[in-house]
Write a protein that binds this ligand. Structure first.
Ligand code: AMP
Length: 420
């Protein structure tokens, strides 16, 4: 063991388990790629101000959870706690949002960093796949994103998840609601911190998970009773579109994203087998974000799905992903001459697209065959002294145990035909 350990709140992805993470990322990415989303990658760190403005000065993420550091050049940077603001920053910087080009649809996959109290499903380094559709106000776009997330979870075999849906209204109706909620909150028995939050960002109080707070919120006014006609119509259209797509959801009138630039559609995917960290993904409309970071008005919608929690959800449902064995052919040379020949054959197989591996380190037959077994290869190739003299190689079918001698010069073609 080394003297070092992975930092608190982090863990390493190791084979073979790591294959699940790749499969989850791929399952989330595939429907996006299939729906006009292009891949975007932004740096792992950004100017700290981008998050302060883009995520919100009053959020836990910004006040408590960001990894902030100063560079030798004096820049104040933060490891990204989320990727929506960076994506929008990148789109604006590269001028992708030209008229005629909207919406800009992009997806990303990457690490996020939050200094949170670690527990199962909550880490300081975690991974998300996200999608953003920037610069269009169209209920079909909100519906598209919800449908695609649902599709990727279903493709993974997940069933015990629920989609919670709400509308947060817009600049017209939300202020009226906000005032009504504030009036209500002022009459409650809340600690000072929460009362302060109620003044700055009352919607966030609805999101307070503490039972003593939740108890008092039973009769809180609900945004859905305050929606203006335009927001109501928009929300109905989103609901109709996802219903028509066969996606089941629950209306959750208390679901909020407590930032001012979030508007209208908001949703969360929760999994019932995960305990307290049950949100596997979430998103919504953020029509005001572009202006908050100095851009033009660009109504947008997006989501981020957590890869770590999706893997935990798979485990909670006992789902074994069908991950094909990485290796099809495993070559076992016995001796120097055999090594040169088989190494060339393995190289040729790989060039032709056959997944092949090799017994390195001069292992004996027994140890090498064990390694062949572990690799999950369908075929082993064994080349010993006598085979060399005969110009053949032993081709062993690892499933049936059947062994055939094949001419050294025919072996590549033979394997290709057997593996289809
Ligand atoms: P958020 O960006 O907070 O809306 O989170 C979106 C998704 O990212 C959540 O639903 C989780 O699946 C995942 N996530 C957020 N924070 C963490 C964390 N600390 N550890 C693991 N996954 C997280």
């Amino acid at each position: 063991m080394s003297t070092f350990k992975a930092p608190k709140g982090t863990y390493d992805l190791l084979p073979p388990e790591s294959a699940k993470f790749l499969a989850v990322r791929e399952a989330i990415a595939a429907p996006l790629r299939n729906s006009g989303y292009g891949y975007i990658e932004t740096p792992g760190f950004e100017n700290v101000e981008l998050f302060a403005r883009g995520v919100g000065e009053s959020t836990d993420i910004v006040t408590k959870e960001m990894y902030v550091f100063e560079t030798k050049g004096g820049d104040r940077l933060a490891l990204r706690p989320e990727t929506t603001a960076p994506v929008l920053r990148a789109v604006l910087e590269a001028n992708l949002h030209k008229a005629g080009n909207l919406p800009v649809k992009v997806w990303y996959s990457g690490s996020q960093y939050r200094y949170e109290r670690p527990q199962k499903g909550r880490y300081r380094h975690f991974s998300q796949v996200g999608a953003e559709a920037i610069g269009a106000e169209d209920p079909a776009l909100d519906a598209e994103l919800i449908i695609l997330a649902d599709q990727s979870y279903r493709a993974l075999g997940l069933r015990n998840f629920r989609i919670l849906l709400n509308s947060l209204g817009d600049q017209e109706c939300r202020p009226v609601y906000r005032a009504a909620l504030q009036d209500f909150l002022r009459g409650l028995d809340l600690d000072e911190d929460t009362l302060r939050r109620a003044e700055i960002n009352p919607l966030r109080v609805l999101d307070d998970k503490r039972p003593e707070v939740q108890q008092q919120l039973t009769d809180a006014p609900l945004l859905r009773d305050y929606l203006c006609d335009a927001c109501k119509a928009y929300h109905e259209e989103v609901r109709d579109l996802i219903t028509a797509a066969g996606v089941v959801f629950e209306d959750d009138p208390k679901l909020v994203r407590g930032l001012d630039y979030y508007t209208r559609t908001t949703f969360e995917f929760v999994h019932d087998g995960l305990g307290s960290q049950s949100a596997v993904g979430g998103g919504g409309r953020y029509d005001g974000l572009s202006e908050m970071i100095g851009g033009p008005s660009l109504p947008s919608v997006g989501w981020a799905l957590g890869v770590d929690r999706t893997v935990l959800a798979l485990e909670a449902e006992g789902i074994e992903l069908d991950i094909p064995s990485a290796t099809s052919v495993y070559a076992v040379p016995l001796g120097e001459e055999a090594r040169r020949i088989l190494f060339a054959k393995v190289t040729e197989l790989r060039k032709n697209g056959v997944a092949a591996d090799f017994s390195y380190g001069g292992k004996g037959l027994k140890a090498a065959m064990k390694a062949a077994n572990r690799s999950g290869a369908r075929y082993a190739l064994v080349l010993g002294e006598r085979d060399l003299a005969d110009g053949v190689v032993q081709l062993k079918d690892m499933e049936s145990g059947e062994q055939t001698a094949i001419g050294v010069n025919e072996i590549v073609a033979e394997l290709e035909s057997r593996l289809g």
